[in-house]
Design a protein around this ligand. Structure first.
Ligand code: ZN
Length: 439
């Protein structure tokens, strides 16, 4: 098997040319350009005005009635116990110490109407019952109508058009809140605990390892539920846009899950590669990264590396499990994966805008790929050169990225802010350590 060394070449002048072995994306890291000042998105910080209930955006605790009815939530109980609550009536959503909430996205990318018009999709009987019971109480009815009106208003309908729309039509638009397949998982707090200034947002990295595990597990549970409710969904894409430059509508931590009736071209491409070489993720990613010293963290369940051939500086976390899909992972495997993902976010800090993207085998795929997550730093603006050539200039080399992360991981581990695991040269560097294809 190829050693893929031709994908990672340093020219005599120092230019590093690298190509992603899975996507084929061609990237150059040019000497000198690495020293160009990067946009940091910093701005003068402002003192936070303390409020008894957070009210900084529509995802905050004061504004639960500005988001669709809640599918489920995790709350913390005394002694750190965690409880899942499902389908709370409107009169109860303001209560409780909320860790995460799961709701339909008010503005779906793939809409409820898409599924119902193209496939004949309808609410399941459980969703229908939930809708009826939610609407049977005055607060619930009022909440739903108010959300439909907001949706229509933001969809450029006039006040008069909204007022004249028959109530039955409004209640049918509300089906999207109860049975749509584009969902959000929103963290309870906008700011970090004891934040004094408005730059102290609650990011993935400043959750505790336990809270982050609950976040990941809750997200996987939501994915399973989307598959179960909508049998036309072939793949659920999962991502997290952190900060506005990365596409987030609010700087309030949340993940998105979107059910799709296709796999999308990047997953299709990865499936075709794995069909040709079932060990491609070991050959081209893990073993290659071990030989080039790009692996920077490892535990029994996952391995992290600085991945070559991305338009943006990219951290990658791969599951080592024999279980391929996230929902097939045991709780310990999910926790181990989450610990390393969490630590990557913690080592980056809160200020770097990024996209967290999940990849795994679609429900109807026979090809088996390992569950992996990419964290792409949105710190670069692509320009004309990239558009014209499809060669992307990424000023941070994979080695430089690794060297930014490793010292932060050591510090965080010492401060016990991340779970303990092997860092940099402590890693095991076992070739073929991903076992996804063995089942
Ligand atoms: Zn908020």
């Amino acid at each position: 098997m190829s050693n893929f060394n031709n994908l990672y070449v340093t020219m005599p002048d120092g230019t590093l040319k690298h190509k992603n072995p899975l996507s084929g994306t061609e990237v150059w890291t040019v000497p000198g350009r690495a020293h160009r000042p990067q946009e940091t998105f910093d701005r003068p910080k402002q003192k936070l005005i303390a409020t008894p209930i957070e009210n900084y955006c529509d995802f905050c605790a004061a504004n639960y009635f500005k988001t669709p009815p809640e599918k489920s939530r995790l709350i913390t109980l005394p002694h750190h116990a965690i409880e899942k609550q499902v389908h709370l009536p409107a009169c109860e959503i303001k209560n409780g110490n909320v860790l995460f909430r799961r709701i339909g996205n008010l503005f779906e990318i793939i809409t409820y109407a898409y599924w119902s018009k193209n496939y004949g999709y309808k609410l399941t009987s459980l969703q229908q019952q939930w809708k009826e019971s939610y609407l049977s109480l005055p607060e619930g009815y009022q909440h739903v109508i108010q959300m439909v009106d907001t949706k229509l208003k933001l969809g450029n309908k006039t006040e008069k058009e909204i007022a004249n729309l028959p109530i039955d039509e409004k209640l049918s638009i509300a089906d999207a809140f109860f049975g749509g397949s584009h969902e959000l998982i929103i963290v309870g707090k906008h700011y970090a605990p004891e934040a004094d200034f408005d730059d102290q947002l609650l990011s993935s990295g400043n959750l505790s390892p336990e809270e982050h595990y609950q976040f990941i597990k809750f997200t996987i549970d939501a994915m399973v539920d989307i598959y179960e409710n909508n049998r036309y969904v072939r793949y659920v894409t999962i991502f997290q846009n952190w900060l506005k430059p990365a596409g987030a509508s609010f700087n309030h931590l949340h993940k998105q899950l979107v059910g799709i009736d296709e796999w999308g071209s990047s997953v299709e491409l990865e499936c075709s590669l794995v069909n040709k070489n079932p060990n491609i993720y070991n050959d081209a990613i893990i073993n290659f990264s071990i030989f080039h010293n790009l692996v920077f963290a490892e535990n029994d369940y996952a391995i992290a590396l600085s991945e070559i051939g991305h338009r943006y500086p990219t951290l990658a976390i791969y599951s080592k499990s024999t279980h391929a899909r996230p929902e097939e992972h045991t709780d310990n495997e999910i926790r181990g994966f989450s610990d390393i993902l969490h630590a990557c976010h913690a080592a980056m800090g809160t200020a770097i805008p990024c996209n967290e993207e999940w990849y795994f085998s679609p429900k109807d795929a026979l090809s088996v790929m390992p569950w992996h997550v990419l964290i792409k730093w949105r710190t670069i603006n692509q320009a004309g050169f990239e558009g014209g050539t499809k060669i992307y200039i990424n000023p941070v080399s994979p080695e430089a990225l690794r060297d930014k992360i490793v010292p932060a991981l050591y510090t965080l581990r010492q401060e016990k802010k991340i779970a303990p695991f092997q860092i940099a040269t402590e890693c095991r560097f076992n070739l073929n350590s991903l076992l996804y294809y063995q089942k």
